[in-house]
Design a protein around this ligand. Sequence first.
Ligand code: NOJ
Length: 760
Amino acid sequence: MKGSLIISLSLLVLVACTSKSPMDKYIDNLMGQLTLEQKIGQLNLHSAPGFISAEKVMEEDENAKLLNQGLLGGVYGATNMTILRQYQDIALQSGAGIPLIFGMDVIHGHQTVFPIPLGLSTSWNMELIEQSARAAAREASACGINWVFSPMVDICRDARWGRIAEGGGEDPYLGGEIAKAMVYGYQGRDDVYDTDDVMACVKHYALYGGALAGRDYNSVFLSRQEAMNGYMHPYKAACEAGAGSYMSSFNEFEGIPATMNKWLMDDVLRKSWGFDGFIVSDATAIAEEIQHGIGDLQEVSARSLQAGLDMDMNSDGFVGTLLQSVKEGRVKEADIDHACRRILEAKYKLGLFEDPYRYLSEERYATEVYTPENLAFARKVAQECQVLLKNEGVLPLRKGAKVAVVGPLAADASSMAGTWSQSNHNAESVTLWQGISEVTPTTFAEGSWLLRDAAIEDGVRYGLIRMFAPGTPIPPVHARPQAALVAEAVAQARRADVVVACVGEIPGMNGEGASRTDITLPDTQVEMLKALKATGKPLVVVLVSGRPMDLTAVEPLADAILNVWSPGSEGGHAVADVLFGDVNPSAKLTTSFPRSVGQLPLYYNHKNTGRPHPDYEPYRKFTSCYTDELNGPLYPFGYGLSYTAFSYSEPVLSTTEMPVDGSVTASVMVTNTGKRDGDEIVQLYIHDIFATSTRPVKELKAFRKVHIPAGESVKVDFTLTKEDLSYYNHELEWVCEPGDFEIMTGPNSRDTQMVTLTVK
Ligand code: NOJ
């Protein structure tokens, strides 16, 4: 008996050994040859120095020195192919000879730039979003990059946060669909990394968008239940799509910085969701844990590793302290082994052990980057990402009409590229004025200062240059008086048929480290709009922005408002395509646009409270509202106009009673009642009105973008199952609780029609 047990056990061990994958065998073998120091070296990621030349890499570069000692696992932020090649050469010749992974912030396109992610999300077109990530992957990989710091899937409900520009808006379900599309786009839909695939890095894990008061890097105070229901789904969806890596976030959660938060990284991401890739810290996030008040560099490095973090970006905490921590028994070598293995696995999956130079193809670099085809695609993408917020019959414009193009953003190429664009071609982006002037006769006037305060304007325009390239000549701001700029614009407006005012935010006013307490259009620009309005000429506002702005003062001045975000390399062309009606706008908001900053955080999927107050009714004592403002947004989540109009039938359910394990189909008839063909984004929301925890008044659960020719109707069917009706209860169990649900369909989150479904 005993003997046969031993035989079966040995058989088991044998089977386990022989059934190891080639990757596991390769990495077992490699790890066996590494010293502890070399393993720690793999956990170290550095940025490439900004202005180093290829010739200098060998002699002066800190990274080259670390590489020579085998103390670097990856480099990010370098796109110069010669430098990347030199780094790889050194890595292969040094101690362990392990190839480097090359990362980069490829956020919305690479050299060819697509609309900023918030803009991209307003297309609600997952195929398009996937293709845009695919195009970015092709370009990035042709530039030597094999790992991109994207998608950014942080849900945000507070437009003060500058980084709302980088994500997919306020809704977790939509955010999850976008996260999947982006991961598929970057990595491809199969398990193999081809040379034009790159590894995704989902960020910022987790809950970074919940920063208190919208102030960047601020603490996050959410319950676990609210986090799981309102914020975590996109991170999970990205994991299900096979994302290869995650980046931890700067914020704390439950009193523990995310970068050392075991619950987030180990319990949820790894154990509950089954993530098997590696987690990198955000830049200097380990060292920042000292500022959080957790301890010295040795302490925070040890705790981060033990919580499940694998790679240290720019803190030198792992290379600087882990060896000592092992010697002191503070950290187990096994923890370092786990982290090192995950990083080596990523390199193996990327094919770097087979050919460390497989992404370093000069030929691809010369032929596949910033091509006419990619630019044409960028134009198509940007056409689908413009939200028409208002149109009093003035759009589309007539080709041939004399247009006065005015405003501080009309001729600004960098505002087309937007935040987090590191393209060499940003300055060539097609400006709004250029795009419009290719279609019709125009004049141009700057029209106003960007901002009243010259010091702040200088900061948002040139802050990065001052920080990273001191000594670069910088033109003065406010070179001409505001009154002269306005007068010039007014004079041109008087001579024109129509005015197109290009206003809003330049990239320095949104994105990382660019939170605002005032999200109105700057008063200098409003002053210009008022003067233009007084001319009596039709006034079209083209709004460039990276966040939902408070447009309360702008709305009454404009005959039309087209929100174009930062639309990318081909922005000016794509905006002109919509302004002149070659393209019928179809985008819809993925964030609520507030009436006032005082409403923030503002989001459509809020709870009801025990004393609810209707969104668009004035103040009433002892209800949940404001004395001085409506509860409802100026423009709701899901909102956007078209040059045609659509009408909706009431939703019809295939059954009004659904067994928990059954399904139900909600059908709605959508009719194009206008004169033009158009695309409409049809939305379905639910409200769980009988649950053991409170549930949001509306939750998006399905949507479909449909093309409807003029005068025709399309029936849209949505099938719902238990999965769509489930949520995380107080014990964090994923449950579908029997009871009544409101099922709502409509063109946006405000204008819905409802039927009731009973789940048994
Ligand atoms: C900090 C940002 O938070 C993150 O999004 C970015 O990927 C890293 N820096 C690297 O540039």
